[in-house]
Ligand binder design. Structure first.
Ligand code: GLU
Length: 279
């Protein structure tokens, strides 16, 4: 089966050297017979802009990468995610969460003592036990709510061990329980990163997911969602994050290291690849 890989940035800034590394690794992993896809994960309408979307394609093109058209933009498929959310709701796996960030922090109390997951303090479960009547009233009153996965129930439905393979770290047994009741649909949009990325990778036939180790832990949740939606399980290759000379990982705020700043400085794509150790 030919390999299908993808680079799936969130267009909330200009691409930097770290993105270039990730994109080039994904393209290389597809090999001559495989397919490398670009996907724009632009569900955050407050931070993603048309300018950043256009810049992603332009910068990767400059770097010498090519991919099939049309590019999937998650913002154009919100109805698909809403449909998947309804399916989980119908199965009784989601519950509305009305909490604000402030309320969650207040409920948690002493943050240092609170139980933590890989993403920080766990959601304390405030809205998990609200009565159907209270939920209905608050929704009818127009109160904003996110939808959280009832992790205990979800785990009960797929009790067999969930395994996935990472090219660097080897076989893993998923432990999504460690994350608690994650948000699958945000207050402002009928999806979250976890839901959209899992559905899209399956929909687009991605067989090998390459991305930075910062998303390694998220794979535990994605593996659970694959089981809940009965989706194929791709292979994974989480790569180390590139660091600048100061030892800190590249970030969107490092404007001097954006591909467009480098290009403006007269750096060539070949020099970028050399700098990334990829030529
Ligand atoms: N859109 C995510 C990000 O920019 C990455 C998605 C993925 O590779 O799974 O951080």
């Amino acid at each position: 089966m030919p390999t299908v890989t993808r680079f799936a940035p969130s267009p909330t800034g200009y691409l930097h050297l770290g993105h270039a590394y990730s994109a080039c690794l994904a393209a290389r992993a597809a090999g001559p017979d495989g397919t490398f896809l670009l996907r724009l994960e632009d569900i955050d309408s407050t931070r993603c802009t048309e300018d950043f979307c256009a810049a992603v394609s332009e910068d990767l093109h400059w770097l010498g990468l090519r991919w099939p058209q049309p590019v999937r933009r998650q913002s154009q498929h919100l109805a698909d995610y809403a449909h998947a959310i309804s399916a989980l709701t119908d199965q009784g796996l989601l519950y509305p969460c009305f909490c604000t960030r402030k309320e969650i922090l207040a409920e948690i109390g002493d943050i240092h003592r609170a139980p933590h997951g890989p993403d920080g303090p766990l959601y304390p479960g405030t809205c998990r036990h609200r009565s159907p009547a209270e939920r209905a009233d608050r929704i009818a009153a127009g109160e904003a709510y996110a939808l959280r996965l009832d992790m205990t129930e979800a785990r009960r439905r797929v009790s067999s061990p969930l395994r996935w393979h990472d090219a660097e770290a080897g076989w893993q047994t998923a432990t999504p329980d460690l994350f608690g009741d994650v948000v699958l649909a945000r207050k402002d949009t009928p999806t979250s990163y976890h839901l959209a990325v899992t559905l899209d990778d399956a929909l687009q036939g991605v067989t090998l997911i390459t991305r930075g180790t910062d998303l390694f832990a998220a794979t535990h949740i994605h593996r659970l969602l694959q089981a809940l939606f009965d989706l194929p399980v791709p292979d994974y290759a989480h790569h180390p994050l590139l660091c600048g000379p100061d030892g800190k990982r590249y970030a969107k705020r490092d404007l001097s290291l954006t591909l467009r700043a480098l290009r403006a400085d007269g750096i060539t794509p070949a020099q970028v690849r050399l700098r990334l150790g990829l030529s």
